[in-house]
Design a protein around this ligand. Structure first.
Ligand SMILES: Cc1cc2nc3c(=O)[nH]c(=O)nc-3n(C[C@H](O)[C@H](O)[C@H](O)COP(=O)(O)OP(=O)(O)OC[C@H]3O[C@@H](n4cnc5c(N)ncnc54)[C@H](O)[C@@H]3O)c2cc1C
Length: 469
């Protein structure tokens, strides 16, 4: 008698949920699937379980389907809701809808998947945290849960997603133990329970800064919000959304040397500006090529990109819906939001004040801000050696996981999604996807990439389960 294969998925954010969904929908025979996620039922991670309805998707609805083969799936789901039924489908597909609504959509896809699940499939959702994982006898994987319960599976998928941001380097690292410091910017606690006279410092100046400012204002915050970030580029709006541009790609000719690429991109940005068009459509035209480009770069080029262009690229790629951009710009013009380009030097608590010293990149002097709260919006930690995720740290310590030279993610064979250990050996029992692939793919954060990975990982798993039964 053949044994039913068991797949354990670690993490129930977007990637965990959609990998399970694709497995259930694609399985032709018996299969056992377990998803382990703390805060079950699926909490959909930090992006789609947000505390504010004004936290909008930064990708238009028409590109947010969870199924790569059915691009209008999300838009049609939205249209079927009473609240949105009066709007034309085409209009809906071009709008930036609330992230919470997208969370409800993923949940509804999940519920309908479960409702139509075949009897051959045994599914369980475990509300727990995976603290360790090891390769065991008979090519199995032994998973240790925080609760102490053992779990053995044939395959494990690390869908561990976004780690908390790194604490920026300052002289007094002890400050980070203070109750005035919020390392997790994605919870409502970071923007609530402030006193009427308090001022706030946000470290970082990207999309999470924007979410945090919106959250503070929605909770009635009326005082100063400072933002300090090393790049100081600010945020950009989706100004010419929907305009497509092909000139740049035609000139690429499958040659992706960094310097050549930079000069071609600059040339095309200059060209479209003559027509009053922003850089947005030029940058967006590179999106389908970003994995190829990253893979073609030499290590030296990757380093140069990280050092010189990483922030510029982030700002240009991850733009804001105009409506949100206008809120942020108005707060800046009114003087409530004050953005500095600079580097933190030190943070010291004095009574109920937090004194933040930073080196101002414009004035080349050290300046001190006095605030009552510091919120870290510098973005998820990518290094498996520095992450607060104990599972990844543990696996990295034991050499089961290894990092790419730039510590952007987990070494993985991206043709099969199997991880590669620190001896360079591919581990056929362990898979990963999502942000863990940043070292291999660079752009591996948004739904347009993640939905494809969820589909491909589940296809590979279904194939190996079939072949080894
Ligand atoms: C604030 C924010 C906004 C975003 N907005 C957009 C957007 O508008 N459009 C877009 O396309 N993309 C957006 N993204 C990017 C992307 O879609 C998300 O990052 C996506 O949620 C990633 O899904 P994930 O499952 O990989 O990770 P996560 O959503 O982070 O989920 C990972 C899950 O795994 C769990 N987990 C981790 N380790 C363990 C363990 N050891 N044991 C058990 N459980 C574990 C975590 O608790 C979490 O629930 C956004 C990202 C962020 C952070």
């Amino acid at each position: 008698m053949t044994k039913t294969k068991h797949i354990v998925i670690i993490g129930g954010g977007f990637c965990g949920t959609m990998t399970a969904t694709n497995l259930i929908r694609g399985a032709k025979g018996p299969l056992k699937i377990t998803v382990v996620n703390s805060g079950a039922p699926f909490n959909l991670g930090v992006a789609y379980n947000t505390y504010s309805a004004t936290h909008l998707l930064n990708v238009a609805a028409g590109n947010m389907s969870v199924f790569p083969e059915d691009m209008m799936h999300f838009t049609n789901w939205v249209k079927s809701k009473d609240e949105y039924s009066e709007f034309e489908t085409d209009l809906l597909s071009k709008t930036f809808l609330p992230r919470n609504l997208f969370g409800k959509y993923v949940q509804s896809v999940w519920e309908s998947t479960l409702a139509s699940m075949s009897n051959h499939i045994e599914f369980s959702l475990v509300d727990d945290y995976v603290s360790d994982l090891e390769l065991a006898e008979n090519n199995t994987v032994k998973v240790t849960l925080k609760s102490g319960e053992p779990l053995t599976a044939d395959y494990a998928v690390l869908a561990t997603g976004n780690s908390l941001p790194r604490n920026p380097q300052i002289a007094n690292m002890d400050y980070y133990k203070s109750s005035t410091y919020y390392r997790n910017p994605w919870t409502v606690e970071s923007v609530t329970k402030l006193n009427p006279d308090d001022d706030v410092l946000i470290v970082g100046n990207g999309l999470t800064m924007v979410d945090t400012v919106i959250g503070l204002i929605e909770h009635g915050f009326k005082n100063k919000i400072y933002s300090v970030s090393t790049n100081g580029f600010g945020v950009l709006a989706h100004r010419h959304f929907g305009l497509s541009y092909t000139g740049l790609v035609k000139e690429l000719e499958n040659r992706y040397e960094l310097q050549r690429l930079v000069s071609i991109v600059n040339k095309h940005i200059k060209k479209v500006r003559k027509l009053g068009v922003s850089a947005g459509p030029v940058i967006d035209s590179l999106r389908p090529y970003s994995h190829k480009i990253w893979q073609a770069f030499t290590l030296e080029e990757k380093k140069q990109f990280i050092n010189r262009f990483r922030y510029m690229w982030g700002v240009a790629r991850h733009r804001l819906p105009v409506f949100i951009y206008d809120i942020i710009e108005n707060l800046r013009l009114e003087g409530q939001l004050i953005v500095h380009q600079g580097k933190l030097v030190d943070i010291i608590e004095k009574g109920n004040q937090v004194h933040v010293t930073f080196h101002n990149a414009k004035t080349h002097t050290n300046e001190t801000l006095i605030v009552q709260r510091v919120i870290n919006c510098t973005g998820p930690e990518t290094s498996i050696y520095k992450t607060l995720n104990p599972l990844l740290r543990q696996l990295a310590d034991r050499g089961i996981l290894s990092a790419d030279p730039l510590e952007l993610g987990v070494n993985t064979d991206i043709s099969t999604y199997n991880i590669i250990d620190n001896k360079g050996k591919k581990l056929p029992q362990i898979f990963t996807l999502g942000t863990n692939l940043k070292g291999s793919l660079w752009e591996t954060i948004a739904v347009p990439e993640l939905r494809v990975q969820c589909k491909e990982v589940s296809n590979v798993l279904l194939k190996v389960c079939e072949e080894t039964k």
